[in-house]
Write a protein that binds this ligand. Structure first.
Ligand SMILES: [Mg+2]
Length: 134
C-alpha cells in the first residue's frame, strides 16, 4: 500500500494541503510528489524517481493546463499504466464530457469530499473510471 506513488499538480495551496492530509495522515501513503505549477512540466516529469501510479491534475493551471499535461503524459510510454485523474472546482456536465473525450480516467471535484475520498481512491486504484462531480 505504501508502495503506491502519487503525483499531484496543483496551484492552490489549500487543495495541496487537503490532498497531502488525506493521503498521508488519512491513508498512510508517503510517496507523494507535488508540483505547484506546470512550468517545465516535461523536464520535471523526466526527473521523477518513480513513475506515479496515480496522477492528479488540476485543470486550471499555468503555463499549461490540465488538458495539455494529460496529452504530454499520454505520449510517454512509461506512463501507460498511470491513472490520470482531473481535479477541478468548476465541473459542469459539459466539462465532464470534455474530460472524458480528452482521455482522463476520471474527475474529482474540489474541494475534495474528505469522507468519500478513501472509497473513490480505492476504486481508482482498482482501475475503475471515477467521475465524481458534485
Ligand atoms: Mg488551479
Amino acid at each position: 500500500m505504501d508502495e503506491i506513488h502519487f503525483l499531484y499538480v496543483e496551484d492552490d495551496p489549500m487543495s495541496r494541503m487537503v490532498m497531502e492530509m488525506l493521503l498521508k495522515r488519512g491513508l498512510g501513503y508517503q510517496n507523494i510528489v507535488i508540483f505547484e505549477n506546470s512550468q517545465n512540466f516535461d523536464v520535471r516529469i523526466n526527473q521523477l524517481t518513480a513513475i506515479p501510479h496515480i496522477v492528479f491534475l488540476d485543470i486550471h493551471m499555468q503555463p499549461i493546463d490540465g488538458f495539455e499535461m494529460l496529452k504530454r503524459l499520454r505520449a510517454l510510454p512509461d506512463f501507460a499504466d498511470s491513472r490520470i485523474i482531473a481535479l477541478t472546482a468548476s465541473v459542469m456536465n459539459e466539462e465532464v464530457d470534455l474530460l472524458q473525450t480528452a482521455g482522463f480516467d476520471g474527475v474529482l471535484s474540489k474541494p475534495l469530499d474528505q469522507t468519500l475520498f478513501p472509497t473513490l481512491l480505492k476504486r481508482i486504484l482498482l482501475g475503475e473510471e471515477v467521475w465524481h462531480v458534485v
